[in-house]
Design a protein around this ligand. Structure first.
Ligand code: MEV
Length: 435
């Protein structure tokens, strides 16, 4: 019997030895093992990307179609395990296109690296303030590539932490098309000793801040309310759907618990795109939620309002949706553009630069959220989810290929959402030659 323990030297083994150890220790089923380690090329890649690799996790990758963002038609690669996310994004895009799609904005790729100094006296702080240019020259010398691409040092901010009296040096750096973590950390560690000797303090640590508050992107749409009529199921008028979407927005503004779920729906879209490009999902999530809580109260990242009609839709009200949040994503560096799956995602997007990618992500987040809120205030989300549940039951019952859809349809039509029912339906359809 396996003790479920791997040897301490596990990380020192080579890839094949590690795989062998995992097979011996955990005795995975063939299907499980195939799912992570069947492709030896990908396993080799994983091995140089992370320590103790045994293979890769094949998260489903799909493409949401039909987006119109700043007048550009786009398909959105999305890596996500949740069944309805990609379909919902495409559905939202289709509706929003009737109002001209989404328009976006975004700032520079400005990030901050923090150096925390203890024991820096006020004179040291003044000295540091006077030498900002010197520090800047040093930062740009450490990161010449960044400077050559038009980025680099953009000044620093000094602040004191009230309780610990730590002096915080915030190096502001334009990281251009990179996500920037490596560049910022290298720069901060590179200027650390200079900053220590100028300030007379001792660095406790140097690290980027993932807050990325100066790296915000946003998106909006403006949709004539009548365009919601197709979505207005269950005999609800388009005006009533719009009114409910705005009310749902206000509920999220008033109720923190709802705001969290509202934002989760936004991140369904954003994180799926961020993951597909192999950007850092944790950095984006941390920054988004911190931004949502910046007032001291957790708030929705998007809002919906009704406005008076425009010249093109005289007398008709417009539903406007808006989102803004920090989006520290890169179009090169780290795994981005290095891992072939990430390159494929970037290819689908037309190889955008980092700022464009961030703006697309904001638009996808808003569209995803719009789809969720629209479903919630009309028929609810479970109806759509049951379709995917039926497909999973069919798959688990042994259906493959075209059989999955046929069995799932029968499960849904018969309202029999159980493994036994799905297995029975599969047997029946096969017997009748209809599977
Ligand atoms: C589910 O993954 C996301 C939703 O809960 C988002 C929302 O409630 O707005 C449907």
């Amino acid at each position: 019997m396996s003790l479920g323990k791997l040897p301490e030297k596990f990380r020192k083994l080579d890839l094949q030895q590690r795989q062998e150890q995992v097979r011996l220790t955990f005795n995975p089923e063939q299907e499980e093992w195939q799912a992570v380690a069947a492709d030896s090329g990908l396993s080799d890649l994983a091995d140089i990307m992370v320590e103790s690799a045994i293979g890769s996790l094949p998260v489903p990758l799909g493409i949401a179609t039909g987006f119109l963002i700043d007048g550009e038609k786009l398909s959105i690669p999305m890596a996500v395990e949740e069944p309805s996310v990609i379909a919902a994004a495409s559905y939202a895009a289709k509706i929003l296109n009737q109002g001209g799609g989404l328009s976006t904005w975004g700032g520079q790729s400005l990030m901050t690296a923090q150096i925390f100094l203890e024991g820096a006296a006020p004179e040291g702080e003044h000295q540091l303030r006077r030498r900002e240019e010197q520090i800047g020259t040093l930062v740009d010398r450490i990161q010449p590539g960044m400077k050559a691409r038009g980025g680099g040092f953009r000044g620093f901010e000094l602040s004191r932490l009230p309780e610990s009296d730590i002096l915080v040096v915030g190096l502001r750096i334009d990281v251009r098309d990179a996500m920037g973590a490596n560049a910022l950390n290298t720069a901060a560690e590179g200027v650390k000793s200079e900053i220590e000797s100028l300030s007379g303090g001792r660095a406790v640590m140097c690290i980027l801040s993932n807050a990325a508050r100066e790296r915000r992107s946003g998106a909006r749409f403006s949709l004539p309310v009548s365009k919601l009529s197709a979505a207005a199921a269950a005999g609800m008028e388009a005006e009533e759907v719009a009114r409910r979407i705005v009310l749902a927005s206000r509920i999220a503004e008033e109720d923190e618990q709802r705001a969290i779920t509202h934002n989760k729906g936004i991140m369904n879209g954003i994180s799926a795109l961020v993951l597909a490009t192999l950007n850092d999902t944790r950095a984006v999530e941390a920054a988004a939620h911190a931004w949502a809580a910046r007032s001291g109260r957790y708030q929705p990242l998007s809002t919906y309002r009704l406005r008076g009609g425009s010249a093109e839709s005289v007398g008709e009200q417009l539903l406007e949706g808006t989102i803004e949040l920090p989006l520290a994503v890169g179009s090169l560096g780290g795994a981005v553009g290095f891992h072939p799956a990430s390159r494929l995602a970037l290819r689908v997007l037309g190889f955008p630069g980092a700022q464009r990618l961030a703006r697309i992500a904001a638009a996808v987040g808003l569209a995803q959220n719009f789809a969720a809120v629209l479903a919630l205030v009309t028929g609810g989300i479970q109806r759509g989810h049951m379709k995917y549940h039926a497909a999973r039951l069919a798959y688990a019952a042994g259906a493959r290929g075209k059989e999955v859809r046929r069995v799932a349809e029968a499960v849904a039509n018969e309202g029999q959402y159980s493994p036994e029912a799905a297995a029975g339906i599969l047997r029946r359809l096969r017997r009748e030659g209809k599977a």
